[in-house]
Write a protein that binds this ligand. Structure first.
Ligand code: SF4
Length: 369
């Protein structure tokens, strides 16, 4: 007989907790939070949206340059919508998680085509656009329109579970849902157009700078007096999430076909999977598979380059590059030009302008003499 799951105990907020918590976060953000990042002090949803997408899984310091370059090239959502996807991916190159860039482009096109070039003004409507999840939609609408909606990204989950002493396992969707409800109950109630942007930013700032994963700085924290995790002496034990990300490893061989003038053969990756939509050296499952597509005689030499490791979120890639010298007029083998592979020769001046995965760009830049 299957065992019944125990019913969830409802988690109740203490009286006055919400008002005290939101007031402290708002006050602290004003005096101690981050207030001069380039995407702050604006209520332009295009700029806020762009920063929110770039900041997903990426540090502020890394985003700064990309954000500025993106806005120089695409100052409006209409300019971004009108661009070629290749150009968007090229500007994104190095930021990683390339599905974000493809969704960003699609989202801009939808804003133009379906919403007359204006971002919707509610979190619910924003969530219908490509690449905008619940928390990102809430961040945009609270920053730009003062909407009373909760964000709940990884940093904010950490802060709230610690403050509340919320020890239910977030791997269970019912518990995650309960935390969303609590996050909503904690939101400011008044003066929303001013309080919501500050509160949302305050939670982000607390999670990034004070209530960090290891060694939270409780003595500097504006909500320490309210915090159950800090009082317990073990705030690091929150949040609780049992399912760990499963990491895997994959070995790939890379064919760096090069002509005497420095041209390189690059293929466009399929949009699904690793490095989707980017240009890349042809990828093979093994050295043998790579060598099998090469002509019996090459005009230049075939040389194995040192293997290297590239770490993705879910996967370790063990990369084995091979450099193959083709003659100026030597035809490419049919296996490399068949319909399943979409590639072309790119001159030494052209390839740096393409959207390339960061490890491939580095490999080509550090070309052996
Ligand atoms: Fe995090 Fe400590 Fe602040 Fe609690 S008191 S929210 S554990 S930094």
């Amino acid at each position: 007989m299957a065992l019944e799951k125990p019913a969830l105990r409802p988690f109740a907020l203490k009286p006055d907790m919400a008002a005290a918590f939101s007031a402290e976060v708002v006050r602290w953000q004003q005096s101690h939070g981050r207030n001069s990042l380039p995407w702050q002090n604006t209520r332009d949803p295009y700029r806020v949206w762009l920063s929110e997408i770039m900041l997903q899984q990426t540090q502020v310091a890394t985003v700064l340059d990309y954000y500025t370059r993106f806005l120089q090239r695409f100052p409006t959502v209409a300019a971004l919508a009108a661009a070629e996807q290749d150009e968007v991916l090229a500007l994104w190159s190095g930021l990683g998680y390339y599905s974000r860039a493809r969704n960003l482009h699609r989202c801009a096109q939808d804003v133009v085509a379906l919403h007359g070039g204006e971002f919707p003004r509610s979190a619910l409507q924003l969530q219908t656009l490509s690449g905008i999840g619940r928390s990102t939609a809430a961040a945009i609408s609270s920053f730009c329109f003062g909407e009373r909606v909760a964000i709940l990204d990884g940093n904010v989950k950490r802060v709230l579970t610690r403050v509340l002493g919320f020890s239910a396992d977030l791997a269970e969707s019912a518990n995650e849902k309960a935390l969303w409800q609590l996050a909503t109950a904690l939101l400011p109630e008044q003066d929303l157009s001013v309080a919501m942007p500050r509160y949302t930013q305050g939670l982000m700032d607390l999670g990034a700078t004070v209530c960090t994963g290891r060694k939270p700085q409780c003595l500097l924290c504006p909500v320490q007096a309210l915090c159950v995790g800090s009082a317990s002496g073990a705030p690091e034990s929150y949040p609780v999430k049992t399912k760990k990300l499963k990491r895997s490893a994959q070995a790939l061989s890379l064919l760096w076909a090069q002509k005497p003038d420095g041209s390189v053969w690059l293929e466009k990756r399929p949009s699904a999977g690793i490095w989707g939509g980017l240009y890349c050296l042809p990828v093979f499952d093994s050295d043998a598979a790579l060598q099998a597509v090469l002509p019996e005689t090459l005009d230049g030499s075939l040389q194995a380059l040192p293997h290297f490791l590239h770490v993705l979120t879910h996967k370790d890639l063990h990369l084995a590059p091979w450099i193959a010298g083709f003659g100026a007029d030597q035809p490419l083998p049919e296996a490399m030009t068949s319909v399943s592979r979409s590639g072309a020769w790119f001159s030494a001046a052209a390839w740096p302008g393409l959207g390339l995965p960061a490890p491939i760009r580095k490999l080509l830049q550090d070309a052996p003499a």
